[in-house]
Design a protein around this ligand. Sequence first.
Ligand code: ADP
Length: 598
Amino acid sequence: MKPAVVKDRIFKTAPTVGLIVAAALIADYVVNVLVLRNLGAFTPFTTLIIATVVATPLAYWLTSQRMRLEQMRDDLSASVEAQRRAIEQYREADRLYRLLGDNLTDHVALWSPKGERIYSSPSIERITGYTHEEFMALPPQAMVSEADFKRVQGVIRGLEAGGPPVHADYESTRKDGRVIWLESSYSRLGDGSNILLVTSRDITQRKQLEIDIAKALELAEAASAAKSDFLANMTHELRTPLTAIIGFAEVLRRSRNLNKTAARHVGHILDASNTLLSVVNDVLDFSRLEAGGLELDPGPFDPAAMASSCAALVEERAVAKGLKVQVRAASNVAPMNLDGPRLSQVLLNFLSNAVKFTAHGSITVALTQTIDGDQAVLRGEVIDTGIGIAAENREAIFDRFSQADAAVSRRFGGTGLGLAISRRIIERMEGQIGVDSAEGQGSTFWFEVRGPLAELPAPEAEEVSLLDAEAGVRLLLVEDNAVNRELIRTMLEPFGIGVETANDGVAGVEAMRQGQFDLVLMDVQMPVMDGLTATREIRAMEGARGAATPIVAMTANVLPEQIATCLAAGMDDHLGKPINPTKLLETVARWSGRVHAA
Ligand code: ADP
């Protein structure tokens, strides 16, 4: 027992002890004096003994009983007070829950484990149009389709008591027949009651928005596909007449019968049509890049050789403007495994722009390479002393159709596609591209790409050279366009190549049945029978005979997948339109077997 309690008891016992001593005194007197008449025995000592032996323990016991009762009374009143406070709190919480339930915009429902509705918030009327009473009387599947009902039942069956809520969207029919979308969250209470809690909200607006967005996306995709198709068709249609223009201009340029003025005019036709061809190529390239269809074709290539040949391609134009072109390739630049032609395209675009936007001074191609194990980082730069680019335009010029300013585009021409294409190519190679420039002083366009180092294959022992005049090659040209037939004939006949023509696939197959040829040049898109079908028929026919004549596709369809289709149909090679006369002769030389050592 604690000292304080003992002290308290002693203190509270004292008056009782006093009373009991008095009672002991009276008892002593009555017993010894009045009853026993022994006055000598009535002494304070006997009184004290009686008081001590009887009264003190009795008093102590009575006092502790009283104190216990007091304590019980205190405890009871504290517990009554606590209960009163709890009831008050409960009433407040109940009022708040009712307020919440009555004013919720979402619907809250409780279902017993047996599947009976226990509670439904009044918001059901706003959401479904049914009054609370009507709704409570409805069967659970009344407002949803059978399929949705089954799906939701599946969701509910999978719930674990106290587990995370699971969501489901479904269509629901209101009392007025209008169909709305509801999103519900289902959970089983983890308090042992196993009650199912369902909160639902009307998401019709959001769903409608989603449906509208999906429709808009579908339309946009269809529009984009239509645009790509249109561009592919347009470029094909443009390439076909360009083939004739460039081809005949080339034939004329090589002719010795032209006077000086006529030769200059032919040169202009060639320059202009080559420019037009590069615009057509850019548009085709860009639409392919936009559609995400740029496939890289990595292979071993020599960056230094690439820099020199790109510089050589623009040299004539640069020199005509009085500009000096130089190539500075670091001596350690080693061959790499990258898509060389695509990288050349970027470098050539930088170089063409440099020539276009520089009036005085020089253009430098600089190449450096840092080796990192078996990988290398190649940096290419084209440095010019031209008009430069204002800081605010340096980022935008890499966007499609973007030019530094409208006046520049009028003064210099161009489509604004070259740098957009270059950026996409470099990004596809996971490299970086950019420009440093000082307005009025010049620009440095650069790219950096990483790739593995590579060994260049040994140069082929036999170099293909042009055919000599008495080659005696027999060639079958299957082509529906009369101008193109005449062009190819004009290009080839001076080299002793006998050209027989067929106007479509059927005529081509027939010609092959009748005669013997060293080589077939086959257009792809033709009326009556296309070049792919004709090739398959020729190959089937030859299968029986056992001899295969080389067939070279000659088409404006230059996409990689189109080339692959030609090869799959049984063709051996591919020549893109417009036909380059040198390439045509090389290809005829290679496939006709009339190859000469260089
Ligand atoms: P294009 O040259 O056909 O207009 P590009 O995409 O190649 O398209 O170039 C976009 C724009 O960037 C050009 O119109 C020009 O304003 C600017 N630009 C490109 N190269 C240079 C350069 N070397 N010097 C100055 N401006 C340039």
